[in-house]
Design a protein around this ligand. Structure first.
Ligand code: TXA
Ligand code: MG
Length: 353
């Protein structure tokens, strides 16, 4: 087991001595978890195959699922890619730094492990002082998947990273809780119109406003596992965001959903099966269950996104057998929230009528 170094920093003005220590680890081929505005990432030198291999091992991530390459400026993109389509330029101008990841055809500089043998590379410039300072100080693009064990909910604070990866990585930079709470939006720009492969912090509506034409991959709103030939992004085929408990997602009219969840909770509890409910401020008082946790107001979807992964971990820590979750509207951040909830449930979805 490794000794994992904890570096607590001021997220607004990160102390350069601590950033230098972390950057030195990255330069030497080590692994450092760090905050971004979406979730914590587990970073390695993206151009060093051995480091990236170690990254996959630490996360227990399948080698066919490539990480995102993080840069500190759009100027770092050209050497990583074959060409920058006009639409990519537009998106970088409008959304970077920020929660948007773009797929490009990669250059020869990017090692095979970093792209999992695909002909594309995923690139993002995060909007977080700590992430940007670390990339700059390291002097290399940083490959960083979310800093969780594969299959677990993504970490939104340093404690989550510690729970999953203590002893498996070299350092964790603790820069507090992340502000967005779900991962970046992944857009494929090697096709026209561009396709959203993963909904996230940059919303479909915002992207449409800038690009005019952009499509959602069917997987984004899938209600069940898609057949393998439909898969465009390796991340689509792996189990995700799954706590120990079985998540059941209940969809439909709010009133029907609330009734159905209470009915299910009741039926489990009479059998002494432990149940948790992921509710919202407006519904939490309607439920009797072993654990009831509100994700926030239904009228504030960004707040629900911010709390989602932490709440999944918290309810799971109560050792419940089932977690019942409510549908939220699929608009704005709701699209990413619903995508994560459906995946967390393993598509165990009940339609309430
Ligand atoms: O917000 C985020 O995106 C966070 C922070 C740390 O930046 N990172 C993150 O990375 O969520 P990760 O590795 O957990 O998710 C990356 C997603 C996966 O679904 C992966 O399959 C997809 O991006 N991806 C990466 N490279 C790809 C490629 N060349 N083609 C298609 N999908 C790709
Ligand atoms: Mg991930």
């Amino acid at each position: 087991m490794k000794q994992t170094l904890l570096l607590k920093v001021n997220p607004k003005i990160p102390e350069s001595t601590k950033i230098q220590i972390a950057a030195e680890i990255i330069r030497k081929g080590g692994l450092v978890a760090f905050p971004t505005e979406t979730v914590y990432g587990l970073g390695a030198d993206a151009l060093n195959s051995d480091s990236v291999l170690a990254l996959f091992a630490a996360k227990k991530r399948p080698l066919d699922n490539p990480p995102i390459v993080h840069v500190a400026s759009p100027h770092e993109v050209p050497r990583l890619v074959q060409e920058i389509p006009k639409k990519a330029e537009l998106l970088m101008e409008q959304f970077w730094p920020g929660p948007l990841t773009l797929l490009f055809k990669h250059s020869n500089l990017v090692p095979q492990v970093t792209t999992a043998g695909l002909d594309t590379v995923a690139v993002r410039m995060p909007k977080h002082k700590v992430a940007l300072a670390l990339i700059k100080a390291s002097g290399c693009p940083i490959a960083a998947p979310s800093a969780n064990l594969a299959g677990k909910p993504s970490p939104t604070n340093a404690q989550h990273v510690f729970e999953d990866l203590n002893g498996r990585i070299d350092a964790i930079i603790d820069g507090g809780t992340t502000s967005i709470g779900v991962e970046s939006t992944v857009v494929d720009l090697t096709v026209d119109p561009p396709i959203i492969l993963r909904p996230g912090g940059a919303t479909f509506e915002e992207l449409k406003r800038v690009l005019g034409d952009i499509k959602l991959h069917p997987f984004v709103e899938a209600q069940k596992e898609l057949p393998l030939e439909k898969i465009r992004s390796p991340g689509m085929k792996h189990r995700h965001y799954a706590p120990k408990a079985q998540v059941i997602l209940v969809e439909g009219d709010l009133e029907a959903v609330t009734c159905k969840i209470q009915e299910l909770a009741q039926s489990y509890m009479v059998k002494s099966v432990k149940v948790g409910v992921l509710a919202t401020d407006e519904t939490q008082h309607a439920y009797k269950a072993n654990v009831v946790k509100s994700l926030g107001s239904r009228f504030n979807l960004p707040a629900i996104a911010k709390n989602l992964f932490g709440s999944l971990r918290e309810v799971d820590a109560e050792n419940v057998d089932f977690i019942l979750a409510e549908e939220v509207p699929s608009e704005g951040m709701g699209l990413a929230i619903m995508n994560r909830l459906r995946k967390a449930s393993g598509y165990n979805i009940i339609k309430a009528e």
